[in-house]
Design a binder for this molecule. Sequence first.
Ligand code: HEC
Ligand code: HEC
Length: 301
Amino acid sequence: MADFVSPFWDLYVKVLIALSFAFCIWIIAANSKISGRVGELQPHSWDENLQEWNNPLPRWWVYLFWATLIFAILYLMIYPGFGAFKGFAGWSSVGQWEREMQQAEAKYGPLFAKYRNMDVKAVAADKDAMAMGGRLFQTYCMQCHGADARGAKGFPNLTDNDWLGGDGSPEYIRSVIQAGRMGVMTPFPHLGQEGAKDVAHFVRALAGLQHDAARAQRGRAIFAENCVACHGPDGKGMTAVGAPNLTDNIWLYGSSEQQIVQNVLNGIQNRMPAFGEFLGADKVHILTAYVWNLSRGGSSR
Ligand code: HEC
Ligand code: HEC
């Protein structure tokens, strides 16, 4: 694959390099010759008493200069740099990266192979595997789910065995890590500020939180009309559509009136990225066991 989007840049780089070489050669050549007689005092003076001898540049310095030019030419013959020319050594940063990846695979492959065919529950019981899982989690997951996996607003707690879209089985956890997930709730702008407040108080009542009884009463009808399709008639949620249980007082976004109103009026768009391709099946396997273990009271260390 060419590194340049158009052949123009290949030529541009080559011409620039050639001109730089020509310039350097001209500079040394021009300064290696001296006119007039060697060792003579030059006719000019500065400040009345500062004068200059007519001496050539020191030889060692000139040779060093030539040596750097020769080095540059050899370098550009061996390594990539001269436009699109790849160099005779065939080296590339991609090639080096691929070799390093192969070495890593050779080194760590057997480590993963040990767990590859083990059941998730067996992997979860293995101390070494959980230490590996912990390191993987701290590398790839903690930015969003927190170092202790307890999550934050919008990022679910993975230690509580409460799940957005499934039963917390190894299969569910694996599928989320592999394929990611979208948390989408449609917005309900037509309810208006007042309608959204009413239904928010009904939701707070469902969760057993302090609420305005009159608003909650009006909110019940709004909920029945707009929300049960996903959150279920009793608000206990439906894992099939990923709509969470609203009665358990476990909140992904928060339980304040203001927060619920915002969810209802603006809807929700949340995304967990897919890791399957990036991490590969072996690492996903270990992370699945790690998260499954956490959700069942396992330690996050
Ligand atoms: C860029 C942020 C981000 C990163 C990084 C991330 N996640 Fe997530 N994850 C999320 C979000 C956001 C959700 C919730 C999506 C939703 O609202 O449905 C989620 C959901 C999940 C769920 C489902 C939780 C549930 O209650 O159903 C699991 C399991 C999970 N993540 C595991 C992981 C693992 C393991 C990693 C590391 C490989 C990871 N996540 C990395 C953002 C992230
Ligand atoms: C189309 C299906 C759907 C409908 C209809 C729906 N929701 Fe949701 N709701 C969801 C989903 C899915 C989520 C979780 C989003 C995520 O995974 O991040 C959610 C999340 C919520 C949350 C956040 C819960 C938390 O833990 O912070 C609240 C509150 C909520 N819905 C209330 C309502 C109310 C009130 C209505 C009716 C006005 C409603 N929903 C209608 C699908 C729906």
